[in-house]
Design a protein around this ligand. Sequence first.
Ligand SMILES: Cc1cc2nc3c(=O)[nH]c(=O)nc-3n(C[C@H](O)[C@H](O)[C@H](O)COP(=O)(O)O)c2cc1C
Length: 366
Amino acid sequence: MEKNPAPQFACSQQILETARRNVSKTTWDYINGAAGSETTLRRNRYAIDSYAFLPRVLRDVSKVDARTTLLGHECRLPLALAPMGSMHLMHKDGATASGKAAGDFGVPHILSSVARHSPSDVAAANKGFKIYQLYIRGGMDWIKPKLDEAKKAGFQTLVMTVDAANYGIRDRQLINEFARPSADIVGENRDFQAAMTWEGMAEVKRYWGGPMILKGIATAADARLAVEHGIDVVYISNHGGRELDHGRGTMDMLPEIVQAVAGKAEIWIDGCFVRGTDVVKALCLGAKAVGIARLQAWSIAAGGGAAMHQTLLNLEEEIRNCMGLIGATSLSELNPEYLTRVTPMGPWHEHSSYRHLGPHWQEGLR
Ligand SMILES: Cc1cc2nc3c(=O)[nH]c(=O)nc-3n(C[C@H](O)[C@H](O)[C@H](O)COP(=O)(O)O)c2cc1C
């Protein structure tokens, strides 16, 4: 396994601390914050922490393989770098740095349609699996050229994000008078996002013509509809709690959605996954891949593509370590029998996985 003999960031807590020093308070609150009371955000963490492992022993785990195939692409880990529109606030190279790190490492990168770096620049930097995420900011006359541009740049798969009919009401942003990075993009109208329907989505899918992912599915009923519409990946997400407050944690949605999808699509998930153990839990319950968003932003803010690469190495070590310790040598062996429900250890917030931060971190970021 690739090792960095003297990594600048031996664990993601060091990434977090450096990122916080490198960006303004306003940007920091923008990355980390969520809608309203931030209950959805906290439930994401709570739901992951509500499972403990049931490890099996005396199995030969001297060789552990954490590679997988996502939509037919060989991937080094069951991860995807989730779409983030404002990576230019973290680092001048923004989404280009994420795309390059993902491609060099061997996991997919999802480029947000509201990123400041162009699809062609990000695609040129990413030699691997390129996915394009679309927010709807116009009718088909606006959508078609966006999709043409992405296709021409080399993006093979489309994500349509469907959990943001309205922009979340985020107290931290309001208190800081934060100007939304994507609010000033000329000629873009959010009303089209609010008006999107299953029929509209099907029209976009027909025009795209390639594999398609729906990001932001949160119920078994919508997962069933997605499958009926021929969707390739049901991506379970609540947008990190940034849109609807008082939603469920994504890990609590996973079992019923796995049942509803019944193997007819891949299931990806995100929402507070920051450690290898978090990822293995989701895979035990039936997810095929886990999306990494805030940890990606912290990494890029801490040290651009090099720090992102280090984060992926750290996650690889953590995933393989966890698999060995529970007695699994390949991802296909993971199943719900490795998990049991427990009362989680509090507190639960976006940084509560990091036990060694100072006391001022422990209740979020005030
Ligand atoms: C700063 C920021 C920007 C985001 N931008 C987008 C975006 O452009 N498109 C999208 O589909 N999701 C976007 N998301 C949501 C993430 O892709 C992801 O669903 C969510 O943050 C949950 O993952 P996490 O808990 O790992 O952060 C954004 C999230 C953050 C924190």
